[in-house]
Design a protein around this ligand. Structure first.
Ligand code: GTP
Ligand code: SPV
Ligand code: MN
Length: 597
């Protein structure tokens, strides 16, 4: 493939000078090249070809055992001044960071091929899209990027002779945890990743670019890059309203994005359309509304728990042209994971490649095992998902995994209070990142691991965005929690498709069609206004979900919230001098409301 862009050519030459590959291959996006790469990866054992009758064009990959999730402790924002990375990000001085990783990466592609991937985040050629060039020595990365982004010749054509692209360098090196670094240089549009071969660490278009670098670009250019799904809800009259929702990793974005409404709603003609499942780029439109665009072209979804009942649409996405990572491989080369069905396969191999006995009590699939599936496979993909202008947002939802404290749903009082609600998000940690699971931590806007600049400046940017248009055009801001537990650890709310009942209330609020109860923390539904009459959910033996359970998960427990106030203050203190006064005032106001009789 011919490239005439001298900046790209210079970047490729620089990369080769550092990495010393035997060979350089440009990824053009053609079917022939993809097929050749698959064959090569299968020949070397990097990938396994799955049963082509049952899973056409599907492949399997195992990562190293020490390399199964994003590594937040080894992820750095290398801004020139430490204050610009802020207290919530790891920081290394960029000069030092470049030097250190050059020493680690030098010569590491000797005897290997260096692939050059020109990719576009967003529809190729749209004024709202952004281009990147990823260098990698992993065919697995190339094949994933081909699904997750738009890759090839057309991207270089769209770039023309411009220097405006993100430079990403990835080398597997020795998959040495001690030398693993995921570095973002926001001021240079540069990413460097070494010693990993896993997902968010190495598919540089995703978290590194479309969130960390793009959030910084959005701050400078007046738009927002957010860890959000985007969905459309079509009502029986055929009108579609759009919602974006930010939940932390492994807290339900893919599931909500592909939700199937309960039977009663479907019969009336309601339908949910998926625009995106992980990342939203949000801009102010000419009409003064906020428009959201999905910069990705595929889904890198959590496999465990995905089944015919919880998320049939996600399952359908994975039946063709999909790459599976770290799931169970069966004797006849199909795939399995915990929560797929109740029939774990005999004679299969687990995610580590060892023979696996389901009776052994060990898990066959890694809890963060994933599928990489093309968005076009999705039965409910929105007709608007490639609209270069994005879709207009009626509501923004924040949410986390909270066993207690956060109610099923509440609405913020106004935009600034909504920014406050997003900034105090907290959630129990999951397997999507290395480290302890189930620990509550503050994860503002689900962006704690993904914000490419100072968190206080990020909050200020949210407040400023709210000033760009009139209040009636701004999306309304809500918070949800699908994960309230009873004393025995059962989920009180059924979740999944039944979450539609909450979305219905949210849209009604946006249209001013339903009242709410004003509480210390915001507006909470009257229990009668969440439609549960046709719901059939058993929380535990013989206990069917009813209106009292709903009242329970809608109630505000002041003592928990007062505890939260002190933890919010501690978090804001940690962020330090960049904390906007508006948000400090919001904590004071909430505390005053909670302490009032
Ligand atoms: P990332 O891809 O890591 O950003 O994750 P995500 O936010 O897309 O999460 P995903 O939809 O893949 O869900 C993660 C886990 O949460 C899965 O095990 C789901 O089964 C579970 N889950 C999703 N929605 C619900 C829900 O409404 N209720 C309950 N109880 N569990 C849910
Ligand atoms: C997440 O962890 O939020 C993911 C998976 O979406 S990864 O791409 O590995 O970051
Ligand atoms: Mn994610």
């Amino acid at each position: 493939m011919d490239c005439t862009n001298r900046f790209v050519n210079e970047f490729v030459r620089q990369s080769a000078d550092l990495l010393h590959p035997d060979d350089i291959v440009w990824i053009d996006g053609s079917e022939e090249q993809i097929e050749a790469l698959r064959e090569e990866a299968c020949a070397t054992g990097e990938m396994i070809k799955l049963n082509q009758e049952k899973l056409p064009n599907c492949y399997y990959h195992r990562t190293a055992i020490n390399d199964v999730a994003r590594v937040e402790a080894r992820t750095f924002i290398c801004s020139r001044e430490q204050i610009n990375a802020g207290a919530t990000n790891n920081w290394i001085d960029p000069v030092e960071a470049y030097q250190m990783t050059e020493d680690i990466m030098r010569g590491k592609m000797q005897g290997r091929t260096m692939y050059v991937i020109p990719f576009s985040m967003g529809v190729v050629g749209s004024p709202f899209s952004k281009i990147g060039i990823e260098i990698t020595d992993s065919i697995y990365v190339v094949l994933n990027m081909l699904i997750m982004t738009r890759v090839g010749k057309a991207v270089l054509e769209a770039l023309g002779d411009s220097d405006d692209f993100v430079r990403g360098q990835h080398a597997k090196c020795d998959i040495d945890e001690e030398k693993r670094y995921i570095l973002q240089f926001p001021e240079d549009n540069w990413i460097r990743s070494c010693n990993s071969g896993y997902g968010g660490n190495v598919l540089l278009g995703k978290k590194c670019f479309a969130l960390r670098i793009a959030s910084y670009q959005g701050w400078k250019e007046g738009w927002m890059a957010e860890h959000m799904l985007i969905l459309g809800i079509e009502n029986p009259q055929g009108e579609t309203k759009y919602i974006a929702a930010a939940f932390p990793s492994a807290c339900g974005k893919t599931n909500l994005a592909m939700l199937i409404p309960p039977e009663g709603y479907r019969a009336k003609g309601y339908k949910v359309w998926t625009v995106g499942d992980d990342i939203a780029w949000i801009r102010l439109g000419a009409d003064g509304r906020f428009y959201a665009q999905n910069p990705e072209a595929g889904f890198f979804g959590v496999a465990p728990g995905t089944n015919e009942k919880s998320n049939p649409n996600a399952l359908a996405c994975t039946r063709e042209g999909t790459i599976f990572t770290n799931v169970v491989v069966t004797k006849d080369k199909t795939v399995w994971w915990e929560g797929l069905d109740k029939n774990p396969p005999q004679g299969a191999e687990d995610w580590t490649g060892k023979p696996w006995d389901p009776a052994s009590g060990t898990k066959g699939a890694h809890p963060n095992s994933r599928f990489t599936a093309p968005a076009r496979n999705c039965p409910c993909i929105s007709p608007e998902w490639e609209n270069p202008n994005g879709v207009p947002l009626s509501a923004i939802i924040f949410g986390g995994r909270r066993a207690k404290t956060a109610p099923l749903v509440y609405q913020s009082r106004d935009w600034n209070h909504g920014v406050f609600v997003g900034s105090i998000m907290a959630s129990e940690t999951t397997a999507a990142a290395a480290g302890d699971v189930g620990v509550v931590r503050r994860d503002p806007m689900a962006m704690l691991p993904f914000c490419g600049y100072n968190m206080g400046d990020y909050f200020q940017h949210w407040l400023d965005m709210g000033q760009k248009t009139s209040a009636d055009k701004l999306p309304k801001i809500f918070n949800v929690n699908w994960f309230r537990l009873d004393d025995d650890g059962n989920f009180i709310w059924p979740g999944f498709g039944d979450n539609f009942r909450v979305l219905e209330w949210i849209l009604k609020r946006c249209e001013g069609m339903v009242d709410a109860v004003e509480t210390e923390i915001g507006f909470v539904p009257k229990a009668e206004d969440i439609h549960i009459a046709d719901m059939d959910y058993t929380i535990c033996d013989g206990h069917k979900f009813g209106i009292d359970d709903l009242r329970g998960i809608l109630s505000i427990e002041k003592e928990y919230w007062l505890e939260d106030v002190s933890s919010i203050r501690a978090f804001y203190d940690k962020i330090g001098t960049t904390m906007p006064k508006e948000l400090l005032d919001e904590v004071d106001a909430m505390e005053a409301r909670l302490r009032a009789e």
